[in-house]
Design a binder for this molecule. Structure first.
Ligand code: SF4
Length: 348
């Protein structure tokens, strides 16, 4: 049997080609996009302003690739975590995070992850596969719909769920196009943050696209020896090379980089590391986001005690660096940074 075309993430131009192949005028594409992105249609039968013959043809040749919600958990702090099943039976997790200005959706880009960062549960089950642009977009549409049914609004996206987004670059580009296309999600890329472990050539490729999205770079160490231990990718792309690529990203896009630093007890949380970090970052167009480590029993690491964290923050601030400490959200349902592992319980 012929595989059906998943119409989620098709661009208006691709829709027009599909429709012309079925013998229908291009303007029908606009009608279908309204049904999909504004009216939340889940079937072609609902698209009642389309001719019956077209609805019949679409049902034969195409599908609307929504994901099956296997489980939904809600944290005490309002964080919502979804376990979605993909068409091939693989699973992904998506998280809705409550902020004062509205919700942010934390989206997965791969099943599992290859990067092996030692503080993160996402790679523990191994790498499954890349998600398609349509599967990434489906997570956004479904979480948006769930929130809207509760009277809540989706305001921003963070590509910080399971997977390394830049290791799935081919899906990222059409996904981001769908996000900013006014006929589809119509969300400004200024409200999108893409997190990376530091795939230097792909950071440069992304920079060349000059998109206004925020790049969040997982640093988690203040020197190469330490980063080699925490993030294996550092053995391939050392920190000097990574920071130079980030500088280029800032220059080409006009956007400040957000550096992420998870504080792990006894590993990277000393005053020496704080001073090294300040030296590395204080002359750069950037922002430093410190993340209290979220426990994952299998990883054998502990969060830095509060006084250690406070001393680390004070040392950085005294150097003039702009530092924030990330709020811990969803830890009671294993939805916080580094805890996603499809156990129904990644984060870059
Ligand atoms: S932190 Fe990001 S890149 Fe590293 S293992 Fe987790 S999901 Fe993968």
């Amino acid at each position: 049997m012929r595989k059906k075309i998943n119409i989620l993430a098709l661009s208006p131009e691709q829709f027009a080609v599909l429709l012309s192949g079925l013998g229908h005028p291009a303007y029908r594409a606009g009608q279908i996009l309204v049904w999909l992105y504004q009216k939340g249609a889940r079937s072609f039968a609902e698209m009642t302003n389309l001719p019956k013959s077209l609805r019949q043809q679409l049902s034969e040749f195409a599908e609307i690739g929504f994901l099956e919600t296997v489980k939904r958990q809600v944290s005490r702090d309002g964080t919502e975590k979804y376990l979605f099943a993909l068409a091939d039976g693989q699973m992904v997790e998506t998280v809705g995070l409550p902020y004062n200005i509205g919700y942010s959706a934390c989206i997965s880009t791969q099943v599992g992850c290859k990067m092996g960062c030692i503080f993160c549960a996402s790679g523990l089950p191994g790498f499954g596969r890349n998600l398609s642009a349509a599967e990434i977009l489906a997570q956004v549409l479904q979480i948006k719909e769930e929130l809207s049914a509760q009277g809540k609004e989706l305001k921003s996206l963070v590509l910080m769920g399971t997977g390394e987004p830049l290791d799935n670059f081919a899906a990222m580009v059409p996904f981001l196009e769908a996000v900013r296309d006014p006929q589809r999600l119509g969300m400004s890329l200024r409200h999108v943050t893409l997190s990376t472990a530091g795939l230097v050539p792909k950071i440069r490729e992304l920079a060349a696209l000059k998109l206004p999205l925020t790049l969040a770079v997982s640093l988690h160490a203040s020197n190469n020896t330490l980063r080699d231990k925490i993030m294996p990718i550092n053995k391939k792309y050392q920190m000097e090379e990574l920071l130079a690529a980030c500088d280029e990203y800032s220059k080409l896009t006009g956007r400040r980089i957000t550096y992420e630093y998870t504080l792990i007890e006894g590993l990277n949380d000393g005053i020496k590391e704080a001073r090294e970090l300040a030296l590395l970052l204080k002359k750069r167009a950037c922002h430093l986001n410190l993340i209290p480590f979220n426990a994952v029993p299998e990883l054998g690491l502990s969060p830095s005690p509060q006084p250690v964290m406070q001393a680390f923050v004070a040392a950085l601030r005294s150097s003039g660096l702009k530092v924030t400490v990330r709020r811990r959200l969803g830890a009671d349902i294993a939805a916080a940074c580094g805890q996603l592992s499809n156990k129904m319980s990644g984060d870059c």
